[in-house]
Design a protein. Structure first.
Ligand code: IMP
Length: 443
């Protein structure tokens, strides 16, 4: 069995939850490596619908160890609420769940600072999820962050909290004319969280590397997507963590030599939750149709998502910066019934054709997408489990996605349920990768 990273290739919301859920069956350990409760992964199985914000969805399987890695920022209240909700539905959460002592904590002042900062930006706001993610990572980088392990040490926690609250209150009161926070109130509240979570906090670098030494199989679960990565994404319209595959190493303490493959998740069209450039965005009723059929509303925020055609430039860039070994494409069924479907292969800006993602937001904002047009298909693909049964037009469209994205497709999702999936190749099984063109010929 292989150690595999799962990463979003677009701006998040690619349907990673379902793919992680399917692949978790073959994993021994599932680990989240970045982000926080800004993420929202929906899993639908025979027991119901489950929305995950922090916990790896592998928790739904018995006998798997689920880990929150050091690269995640943890809002303890949100974590406890999620644990309670799952336990109420009969999910066992005991020694099978471990959170890194090195993971940073989200505190109430992080959310307040984020809200004030977003408001002050006006039309240039990022459109964050309001979960305190950015300010918590900012503290981490400024080397004043409070970690899960610190919560378990009352003296250390109080000292750090006193220093931070003094600094944050100055910031809030002077810059934003907002009321500051009281140390004692936060201290008591978070000591309560620490009591509840203490048995789950450990050195997860030991746990993960020992598991790999024993030959166990680890699934690294990315949240958000490549273009929201703080380094590789459409900066500054990004989240504040390393959502791309590199984050799997820094966010867990597992070295790159231990990872066997990286699977990118791509929706067969494109969506974006917050602000920022989106070259293939459709502001007409075609975009509205994708939004309605794809139920494109944020699992965390409830906000409607912006929708557009599949952008090959976006996904090809994701293939490159993540070193993708294969793709899982999701929501094929949403395109059922469209008369024509477009796929973007490049951008035209000021007379120049761009085949690669530009770092210049002006280019991405004002460019004209170059499209190839495909005939749609009349027969529904919803729930199909066999590639052979796909309409020929859908096969052609998917083959072109493989070519433009420069990556072979291993999995095709045809509905929201676990079983509504076509598995062409299980990436958790260690195999030499087949060349792309050859793999398509075989089908
Ligand atoms: P933050 O992560 O809350 O700071 O938000 C920064 C940007 O990332 C905003 O555009 C959010 O909409 C976006 N974002 C954060 N988490 C997700 C996610 O799970 N799915 C999609 N977009 C997200």
């Amino acid at each position: 069995m292989a150690n595999l990273v799962i990463v979003g290739t677009q701006w998040g919301d690619e349907g990673k939850g379902k793919i992680v859920d399917i692949l978790s069956r073959d994993a021994d350990v599932v680990v989240r490596y970045q982000g926080g409760s800004n993420a929202g992964h929906t899993v639908i199985n025979q027991h119901g619908t489950f929305v995950f914000h922090l916990l790896p969805s592998g928790i739904l399987y018995r006998g798997k160890t689920c880990v929150i890695g050091n690269g995640v920022v943890v809002d303890p209240a949100s974590l406890i609420e999620e644990m309670d909700g799952l336990q109420a539905k009969g999910v066992k959460i005991g020694r099978n769940f471990v959170v890194s002592e090195r993971a940073h904590v989200i505190l109430p002042y992080h959310k307040a600072i984020e809200k004030a900062s977003e408001q002050s930006k006006g039309s240039r706001k990022i459109g964050t999820t309001g979960r305190g993610i950015g300010p918590s990572y900012a503290d981490k980088m400024a080397r004043i962050g409070i970690r899960m392990g610190d919560l378990l040490n009352p003296q250390l926690f109080r000292r750090k909290l006193e220093e931070n609250v003094a600094e944050m209150n100055t910031f809030l009161e002077r810059l934003y004319q907002m009321e500051g926070f009281q140390v004692e109130k936060i201290f008591q509240q978070y000591r309560g969280y620490a009591d509840r979570l203490k048995d789950h906090v450990a050195d997860t670098t030991v746990l993960l590397n020992n598991a790999i030494e024993r030959g166990e199989c680890v699934l690294f679960e990315g949240a958000q997507g490549t273009h929201l990565d703080v380094d590789c994404g459409t900066y500054p319209y990004v989240t504040s963590s390393s959502a791309a595959a590199g984050g799997a190493c820094t966010g867990t303490g597992v070295g790159p030599t231990k990872i066997d493959g990286v699977m990118g998740i791509a929706k067969v069209y494109t969506t974006r939750g917050g602000g920022g450039p989106f070259p293939t965005e459709l502001l007409d009723n075609v975009g509205g149709g994708l939004q309605e059929r794809g139920k494109e509303f944020g699992a965390t925020t409830g906000r409607p998502r912006r929708c557009g055609w599949f952008d090959g430039v976006v996904v090809r860039y994701a293939t490159r910066v993540n070193g993708l070994t294969s793709l899982a494409v999701t929501k094929l069924d949403v395109l059922d019934g469209f008369k024509e479907i477009k796929l973007c292969t490049g951008y035209r800006y000021n007379g120049t054709l761009y085949k690669d993602m530009s770092a210049d937001l002006q280019v991405l904002t004002d460019c004209e997408p170059v499209y190839e047009t495909f005939r749609g298909w009349a027969t529904p693909t919803t729930g199909l489990t066999s590639y052979a049964k796909l309409p020929p037009q859908a096969k052609r469209y998917l083959a072109r996605i493989e070519e433009v994205a420069a990556c072979p497709i291993d999995i095709i999702s045809t509905g929201s349920k676990r079983e509504e999936t076509i598995v062409l190749n299980n990436p958790m099984a260690p195999k030499r990768r087949r060349p792309m063109a050859k793999s398509r010929r075989k089908r």
